[in-house]
Design a protein around this ligand. Structure first.
Ligand code: ZN
Length: 651
């Protein structure tokens, strides 16, 4: 079981008197608790890749969320247990662990059915169903449950909200503790989950909660973000044992295969903790952690650290050395004063890493992924033109800028565009090449109708991230709103040259071609948009409109039917259906459909104009006159529609 974003020192078993974590505390009391467990990375995907492979990130290759996939050649815990005859399943709670990132290998079932994230209770219910469905299977099972609730934003469900109103992060942890307790109870009710079952719990990373200026996690490798809870419960784990020495989350998978008698994972960096738990051997000498998030999303320096029983070294543009035994808060950087000890730690660091950085080869982030990551609060953008290593700012000097960037991202999500613009401008003043801030500023300008400024911003973004089709699509939208159809067509084509499956760009180009009367070409683009995104009702509507104009009424009818099947009350779909009925000569049915569409969206003046036309054809002259009158005098009505209404009134 993995607990996302859970700091060790916010559980009762780790000494937090205000915590409400009775189930985890009981598990700890009846099993083994590791007082000082260090994760390999303060980022969900790399941390889980380490948990599931027993390897450090420089060895398994997953250095960040979103733009890395676990290599199919790296042995995993799930694959090893599956090969050894286990039935295996995983139930994850956030998109960051979607199967596309490579962790699904070895699992018979990998349940990642969610848009962005889901509550732990839902995920645990899915796990319970699987255990029930496969209960007749005589093979032993390995199941991984991932709970994501303590991840920012903190909004614990009732009844965990009110008691934790002043510290909702702890309310989320309390909720996950409850979910875990229920899940274990259901497991026991199914005859599993007793003493013969091994239950392992680990955090993937912690949460800074303002420590060193960091609100959440990912930017730094200080202790609040990398020290995690780790508990083992089961036949090989002495009840009530607390292990004070340093251990690592990469030791978990080697420990589990050892505990069930499966052969070790080849080339793992971690090792079995069974001898340590039994008191027969010492634990690991040191623990390594890294974050490449600053480099890969922000174009800043990565941070890599090593710690031993007492000291911690952080490899940064300005290196850091802390005496954890006497300075647990890492407040006093001793590196400038203790060069010899710093050099010794750096040698130990090179001993662990082999003196190499390991592969840092991000894949391109597609649009959908970038949108989902931003919605989950991961700010950044994959950088295509990285700065040379020597020129990368030190993240600790940039934390204020980073926090401003998070504010900008949050303001965009809340549609507070003035706030977003001012926050993005602050970021760009301090870090002029910041791609994500450039994107946010342009987006806010576009939303506020400042199209020329937005176009200039998107052009800057396109030069920073030349592989991205997004800025070209956005420029096309801005140009079309400025009435520059030729320019918009060219930019939409530029977006499609970079990403031929960009459905929104196809749809935009189709609409622009139609506005130019190039209906056959428009139909081709709109058909392509529908083929790429068949569940988008509005794409079917756009295609239907052009098909009506082309007098391909049977084809149009199919598209309207699909749009209405997807969204029966969508005003655009209703209006398209009305136009189609009018084109087919079914004027009375068209009249009713137009009225329904206008009931849903009374300010759709173009629809009203067509409605009035149908009324006139039906001989309902006075009703038609009323509608034309309304359009001719409407203060918000577009000039072209006002003019058309006046003309028809004269006739
Ligand atoms: Zn996480």
């Amino acid at each position: 079981m993995t607990l996302d974003t859970t700091r060790a020192d916010h559980l009762g078993a780790y000494g937090d008197a205000r915590a409400r974590t009775p189930n985890l505390d009981r598990l700890a009391a009846e099993g083994v608790l590791f007082e000082r467990a260090i994760t390999a990375a303060p980022l969900t995907l790399p941390a889980h890749a380490s948990l599931l492979t027993g390897r450090y990130p420089f060895s398994h290759g997953v250095r960040n969320n979103g733009n890395f996939t676990l290599d199919p050649g790296v042995p995993t815990l799930a694959a090893a247990l599956h090969d050894a005859g286990y039935r295996t399943a995983a139930f994850v709670s956030a998109f960051v662990l979607d199967r596309r990132y490579g962790l699904a290998r070895g699992f018979d079932r990998y349940d990642d059915r969610l848009e962005l994230e889901r509550r732990g209770g839902e995920t645990a219910a899915a796990m319970d169903r699987w255990i029930g469905e496969t209960a007749q299977d005589p093979r032993p099972f390995f199941v991984w449950l991932h709970l994501y609730d303590p991840h920012d934003p903190y909004d614990p469900p009732a009844p965990f909200a009110a008691p934790f109103a002043d510290r909702p992060y702890d309310g989320e942890i309390a909720y996950d503790d409850f979910v875990l307790g229920e899940a274990l109870a259901r497991l026991r009710a199914r005859g599993a989950g007793g003493r013969a079952t091994i239950v392992a719990v680990a955090g993937d990373h912690g949460e800074s909660l303002g420590d060193h200026g960091e609100a959440t996690h990912g930017l730094f490798v200080y202790e609040p973000a990398i020290r995690v809870p780790m508990l083992l419960h089961g036949p090989r784990f002495t009840p009530g044992r607390r292990v004070p020495s340093l251990v690592r989350t990469i030791d978990l998978a080697p420990t589990l295969v050892d505990a069930v008698g499966v052969s070790p994972l080849p080339r793992a960096d971690g090792r079995s903790l069974l001898p340590l738990v039994a008191g027969a051997a010492k634990g690991p000498e040191e623990a390594y952690s890294e974050t490449y998030f600053p480099q890969l999303y922000m174009n800043w320096a990565p941070l890599r650290s090593i710690q031993d029983a007492r000291w911690k070294f952080i490899d940064a543009p300005a290196p850091e050395l802390y005496d954890l035994a006497n300075d647990a808060r890492e407040a006093s950087n001793l590196a400038p004063r203790e060069p010899a000890r710093t050099a010794a730690l750096r040698r130990a660091f090179d001993g662990v890493t082999g003196g190499v950085e390991g592969p840092v080869t991000p894949a391109a982030v597609d649009r959908e992924t970038a949108r989902k990551l931003a919605a989950l609060g991961y700010v950044g953008a994959a950088v295509d033109s990285p700065r040379p290593a020597a020129g990368r700012p030190d993240p600790k000097a940039m934390v204020g800028v980073f926090n401003r960037l998070r504010e900008a991202n949050g303001a965009i999500a809340r549609r507070q565009f003035d706030a977003a613009r001012s926050a993005a401008r602050d970021v760009l003043a301090a870090d002029p090449g910041n791609a994500f801030a450039t994107l946010i500023l342009a987006r806010a300008e576009m939303e506020q109708g400042a199209y020329r400024d937005a176009i200039a911003g998107y052009r800057r973004y396109a030069s920073l991230v030349p592989a991205s089709a997004d800025p070209h699509h956005a420029i096309a939208v801005c140009l079309s709103r400025l009435g520059d159809v030729d320019g918009a067509l060219a930019e939409a084509a530029a977006a499609l040259a970079l990403d031929p499956r960009y459905a929104e760009a196809r749809e935009l180009r189709g609409g622009l071609l139609a506005s130019r009367g190039r209906l056959d070409e428009a139909a081709v683009e709109l058909r392509a948009a529908v083929d790429i995104a068949p569940d988008n009702a509005l794409f079917h509507v756009g295609l239907a409109r052009v098909l009506v104009d082309l007098k391909r009424l049977a084809d149009a009818r199919g598209e309207v039917a699909r749009a209405l099947a997807l969204q029966p009350e969508n005003p655009d779909a209703l209006a398209a259906s009305a136009s189609l009925l009018a084109a087919e000569g079914q004027l009375d049915a068209a009249r009713l459909a137009f009225a329904r569409a206008l009931g849903r969206r009374p300010d759709a003046d173009d629809v009203r104009l067509d409605y009035a036309g149908v009324l006139a054809k039906l001989g309902r002259t006075s009703e038609a006159r009323d509608e034309y009158q309304r359009l001719a005098t409407g203060s918000e009505t577009p000039a072209a529609i006002r003019r058309a209404a006046r003309e028809r009134l004269r006739r």
